[in-house]
Design a protein around this ligand. Structure first.
Ligand SMILES: Cc1cc2nc3c(=O)[nH]c(=O)nc-3n(C[C@H](O)[C@H](O)[C@H](O)COP(=O)(O)OP(=O)(O)OC[C@H]3O[C@@H](n4cnc5c(N)ncnc54)[C@H](O)[C@@H]3O)c2cc1C
Length: 180
C-alpha cells in the first residue's frame, strides 16, 4: 500500500547458530530487551508520523492559496481554514508529545506511557491530517501528482507497525493502572 522505499519481505530463521561474540545484550533478558527496544521505536514512529503530517499540511496550505473557486482562493472559505487550523494544532500537539517522550528517554526516566501516547496520538492524527489534505486538494488530491495520496498510504503503517493502535491502548491502560 505504501512505504515503497522500504522492502518488506518474510524472513524465516531456522536452526540458526549465533557465535557467542555476536550476542547482543543479555541472553537471559531477551524478551525484556525486545520490549525496551519497542518502547524506543514508538517514539521514532511518532516522529515519522509528525513528519508526514507536516508535509501533507504544508501541501494543503499552499494549495489553499493557489486554487481558486467561485472567484476566490479556497483558503478564504472557512471550512478550509478550520481544517487547516485543526491540522496545525494537532501536529503541534503530536510534536510536543514526541519531544517529551524523547526527552524522558534521554534523561533515562520512565517513558513507556509517554512513548505509547506519542505513537498512538501522532499516528492517528497523521492519518486524519493526510486524509484532510486530500480533501482540501479535491480531485487533484486523489491523483499522484500532488503526492498527498502517497502520504496517506505511507502514514497508515504508523498505526500498525511497532504495535498497533489497539496495542498502544492496552499499554496505556496498564500504565495508568486499569485492573488487568
Ligand atoms: C510495511 C511493513 C513493514 C514492517 N516492518 C517491520 C519491521 O521492520 N520489523 C518488525 O518486527 N515488524 C515489521 N512489520 C510488522 C508489524 O510490526 C506488524 O504487522 C504489526 O505489529 C501488527 O502485527 P500483525 O500484522 O501480526 O497484526 P495482528 O497482531 O494479527 O493484529 C490484527 C488486528 O488484531 C488486533 N489485535 C491483535 N492482538 C490484539 C489484542 N491482544 N487485543 C486487541 N486487539 C488485538 C490488532 O490491533 C489488529 O487490529 C511490518 C509490517 C508492515 C506492513
Amino acid at each position: 500500500m505504501g512505504v515503497r522505499g522500504s522492502n518488506t519481505t518474510e524472513l524465516v530463521l531456522e536452526d540458526v547458530m549465533i557465535p557467542e561474540e555476536n550476542l547482543l545484550g543479555d541472553s537471559e533478558k531477551g524478551f525484556h530487551q525486545f520490549l525496551e527496544t519497542l518502547d524506543g521505536g514508538r517514539i521514532s514512529i511518532g516522529a515519522l508520523a509528525v513528519g508526514i503530517a507536516q508535509a501533507a499540511y504544508e501541501r494543503a496550505l499552499n494549495y489553499s492559496k493557489e486554487r481558486k473557486q467561485f472567484g476566490e482562493q479556497i483558503g478564504k472559505f472557512q471550512s478550509i481554514q478550520f481544517k487547516l487550523a485543526d491540522m496545525a494544532m494537532q501536529i503541534e500537539l503530536a510534536r510536543t508529545m514526541v519531544h517529551k517522550a524523547a526527552w524522558l528517554k534521554d534523561e533515562k526516566k520512565p517513558f513507556k506511557k509517554e512513548a505509547a501516547f506519542a505513537k498512538l496520538y501522532a499516528s492517528e492524527m497523521a492519518t486524519k491530517v493526510c486524509n484532510d489534505a486530500i480533501q482540501i486538494h479535491g480531485g487533484s488530491g486523489y491523483m499522484r501528482e500532488f503526492e498527498v495520496e502517497r502520504m496517506l498510504r505511507d502514514t497508515k503503517l504508523m498505526e500498525i507497525g511497532e504495535g498497533t493502535s489497539e496495542i498502544q491502548r492496552m499499554v496505556i491502560s496498564r500504565e495508568i493502572g486499569c485492573p488487568m
